[in-house]
Design a protein around this ligand. Structure first.
Ligand code: TXA
Ligand code: MG
Length: 347
């Protein structure tokens, strides 16, 4: 397939290009587009054949449901039932933005969009290009992250081109995304529960509604009897080819352990933060910092880009310090532990 690649500037949107992209969506095709979190691979969420094409292009297991993206609250009422008062409060506060809510679906939403579930994930993104595309298409757009299944989510146009050129009708390159981690997913069909942590944290949600639970599988390795509620969270994800190991604990002990671990190899790398760089002085390894702990937003913003590049470092193994599992650190650790295939050493 010949993929049309276009650049659109969010500050000065070319309406003609958006129209072309919207025509593709209306006709059952695939368009990759930027959102404020990560790039999405979009198709008409109400067209069973169109959303099936997403699974093919990504190589995504068909039981992994898609998020429907909307650009008006009227559309929400057309696709889901039972929007509770709690959900309305969250919508008022956090939409448009990096929050996905799970509702009971209406019958017009096809099984291929929900992976056969009775529920539907919905998000109202704030990125201008995404909003224009959804509005002009006139339909909700089903869009998973625009990466090949298993790879880190794309945060730059070039990541999407790397994974999907030749597999989709159009790629809209809108530059680097603003946030860089996928949306916080909250199931609001029962007691509000975070299924995937993101920029909107448990603390922020609890300022708006009373109590929000955390799905137990957010950091744990999924097993048969311990399956995450978001089907996609059970798959190996974000994984570089290079072996990645997380080391968790007090910074000095972590550094000591990493030094021991790499004693017998010349081909190791260490990922730390600015505040701990001095703990690795003179070590026989490539030492890289994510940035400063005071700027977790920046760390979160670049994590997927970094995970895409570590295989070029030419090392056999990478040791990465853990982050404290609170606030945005929880979302970062959720992505990192998956990338490491749950190889975590506690010291
Ligand atoms: O920020 C985001 O959410 C990005 C952008 C493109 O909007 N999208 C994204 O989609 O991350 P995806 O498909 O890569 O991840 C969606 C996650 C998967 O883990 C999926 O299993 C879960 O949401 N999910 C979707 N529908 C669900 C449902 N009805 N119940 C539970 N989990 C659901
Ligand atoms: Mg994804």
């Amino acid at each position: 397939m010949n993929t049309k690649i276009v650049k659109i500037d969010a500050a000065n949107i070319d309406e003609n290009l958006i129209k072309q992209a919207a025509e593709i969506i209306k006709n059952g095709g695939l368009v990759a587009f930027p959102t404020e979190t990560v790039y999405g691979l979009g198709a008409n969420a109400l067209d069973a054949d169109a959303s099936k094409k997403i699974y093919e292009a990504k190589g995504r297991p068909s039981d992994n449901p898609l998020i429907a993206h909307i650009a008006s609250l009227d559309t929400l009422d057309e696709i889901v039932e039972d929007v509770s008062d709690v959900a309305k409060k969250l919508i008022d506060k956090f939409w448009p933005g990096p929050m996905t809510l799970i509702f009971n679906k209406k019958p017009n939403v096809p099984d291929s969009t929900t992976g056969g579930l009775d529920t539907l994930a919905v998000r109202f993104p704030s990125n201008e290009i995404a909003m224009e595309l959804i509005k002009k298409s006139g339909v909700p757009i089903a869009a998973p992250s625009a990466n090949t299944s298993g790879k880190p989510s794309p945060t730059k146009g070039e990541h999407v081109i790397e994974d999907l050129d030749g597999k989709v009708d159009m790629i809209i390159d809108g530059g680097e995304v603003g946030l860089g981690l996928e949306s916080t997913i909250i199931d609001v069909t029962g007691k509000p529960t975070i299924l995937r942590p993101g920029f909107i944290t448990q603390e922020m949600l609890e300022e708006v509604i009373e109590e929000v639970e955390l799905d137990k599988t957010i950091l744990a390795k999924p097993t048969e009897d311990f399956a995450p509620k978001a089907p996609g969270m059970k798959y190996r994800h974000y994984a570089p080819k290079t072996d990645l190991v997380i080391v968790r604990g007090d910074a000095e002990k972590v550094a000591e352990r990493i030094r021991e671990e790499i004693e017998n190899t010349d081909e190791a790398a260490i990922i730390t933060v600015d505040e701990h760089l001095h703990l690795y002085d003179g070590v026989n390894a490539k030492v890289v910092s994510w940035g400063s702990l005071d700027e977790m937003n920046e760390i979160a913003h670049q994590i997927f880009d970094a995970l895409r590049r570590v295989d070029d470092w030419g090392v056999n193994i990478i040791y990465c310090e853990a982050f404290e599992e609170k606030d945005l650190g929880l979302a970062v650790m959720n992505r990192l532990t998956k990338a490491a295939g749950y190889q975590v050493i506690d010291v």
